[in-house]
Write a protein that binds this ligand. Structure first.
Ligand code: RUB
Length: 321
C-alpha cells in the first residue's frame, strides 16, 4: 500500500492499534523506497524523509510510530554510496522491523500467559493485539480463565476483542466502560496494551485505562501491561510530554445532535495516562519488568542515548547540546 493510502487509513483508524500502525507505516515506507525512481541519493533521501513526515503526522500518541520510523530511517546512513545500495539496506531494515515486531508480540504472549492462572477472571480494555496474545497463549496452554472485556466508547474496539476471544473459545463477559469498577471485585488481573510508556513508567493507552487501573488499585487487583520495547518513549527522558490525541466530536455525538446544543462542547480524548504506581508489571519481549525500570528498556533495548537527541534543547535556553 502507498504512503498516502496508509496515512489516510491510519487517520481514519482503519489501521489502528500501536503495533499495527507501526508495521503498516514501515511497510508503506518500504513500498515507497522500492518504487522510487530517484537516481540521485540526495533526492532519494529527501523523498523518504517527506514520506516519513506524512506518516508521522497521522496520529500523535502511539510512539511505536516514530520509534519504528526512526529505526528504519536510520538505515539510510551517511556511508551509503548509491540509490541501489540505499534501497537494499532500507528494504532489509523494514523487513527486519516487521518480522521482529511480530515475533515480539508472540514472545510477550508466552511471557504474559504465565501470569494468568486457572480460575482467573481477567479484565481487558480496548483491542490490543499484545494483550490478546497473552490471553490467547494462556488459553492454548490449557489455562481455564474468563475475560471481562469493555465496550470502549466511542469507537467500540471492544467488539474486535470479543470477536477474537469468542473465536478462540474463551468465555467472555462484555460490559459497558462505566461498569468496570462494578465488576472489579470479581477480577483477578487486568491486562492491557500500551501506545506509549514514559521514562517514569507511566503508561499511555486507550481512554478509560487509567480509571480501570484506579479501580484495580483500590481493590488490590494487579495490572499487567503488555508492550513491545519500541512502545517506550525515549524523548520523555528530556521531559517531553506524550501528546494525547483528541479526536473529532462526531465520534461521540451525531453532528445534528451537537448542532442543537450550541453551549455544549464535546471532548473526545483518545488516550489517557496511567501512573506507574497503578501498574504492577510491564511485559516486554525482553522480559517482565516493574514500571520503574522503564529507563533501562529505553537505554538498553531501544539503543537511544541522550547523545542521539541531536538538535534537542537540553539547556532550556534554546541551545543545542
Ligand atoms: C488502541 C489502543 C491499544 C494500544 C496497544 O487505540 O489503545 O491498547 O494501541 O495495541 P486505537 P497493540 O484503537 O485508538 O488505535 O497491542 O495492538 O499495539
Amino acid at each position: 500500500m502507498t504512503v498516502t493510502d496508509t496515512a489516510e487509513k491510519i487517520k481514519k483508524m482503519e489501521i489502528r492499534g500501536a503495533g499495527r500502525i507501526a508495521r503498516a507505516a514501515v511497510a508503506a515506507l518500504k513500498d515507497r523506497a522500492e518504487r522510487s525512481t530517484a537516481t540521485d541519493l540526495r533526492v532519494f533521501r529527501e523523498g523518504m524523509e517527506q514520506a516519513a513526515d506524512i506518516l508521522l503526522s497521522t496520529r500523535p500518541t502511539a510512539v511505536s510510530l516514530p520509534n519504528a520510523i526512526h529505526l528504519v530511517m536510520g538505515s539510510l546512513s551517511d556511508d551509503i554510496q548509491s540509490v541501489t545500495e540505499a534501497k537494499v539496506r532500507f528494504s532489509a531494515a523494514c523487513t527486519r522491523f516487521i518480522s521482529i515486531s511480530g515475533e515480539a508480540v508472540d514472545r510477550i504472549g508466552r511471557i504474559g500467559a504465565r501470569h494468568i492462572r486457572d480460575g482467573d477472571v481477567v479484565m481487558t480494555h480496548c483491542n490490543s493485539e499484545t494483550a490478546l496474545a497473552c490471553l490467547l497463549q494462556a488459553h492454548r496452554n490449557g489455562t481455564r480463565f474468563e475475560v471481562v472485556a469493555t465496550e470502549v466508547r466511542p469507537r467500540n474496539q471492544g467488539l474486535l476483542t470479543i470477536r477474537t476471544l469468542n473465536d478462540a473459545g474463551i468465555a467472555t463477559s462484555f460490559i459497558v466502560d462505566s461498569a468496570a469498577r462494578y465488576f472489579m471485585k470479581e477480577v483477578d488481573l487486568v491486562v492491557v496494551g500500551a501506545d506509549a510508556i514514559t521514562v517514569n513508567g507511566a503508561v499511555i493507552n486507550k481512554i478509560g485505562t487509567s480509571q480501570i487501573a484506579l479501580a484495580a488499585h483500590e481493590s488490590r487487583t494487579p495490572v499487567m501491561v503488555a508492550a513491545e520495547t519500541y512502545k517506550f518513549a525515549p524523548r520523555t527522558i528530556l521531559g517531553e510530554f506524550i501528546e494525547i490525541e483528541e479526536r473529532e466530536a462526531a465520534e461521540v455525538l451525531p453532528t445534528v445532535t451537537a448542532a442543537a446544543l450550541p453551549r455544549v462542547r464535546v471532548r473526545n480524548p483518545a488516550f489517557d495516562v496511567t501512573p506507574a504506581g497503578y501498574i504492577d508489571l510491564i511485559v516486554t519481549e525482553q522480559g517482565a519488568i516493574p514500571p520503574q525500570m522503564a529507563y533501562l528498556i529505553i537505554r538498553d533495548y531501544l539503543g537511544w542515548e541522550i547523545g542521539e537527541f541531536t538538535g534537542a534543547d537540553l539547556t532550556g535556553t534554546g541551545g543545542v547540546p
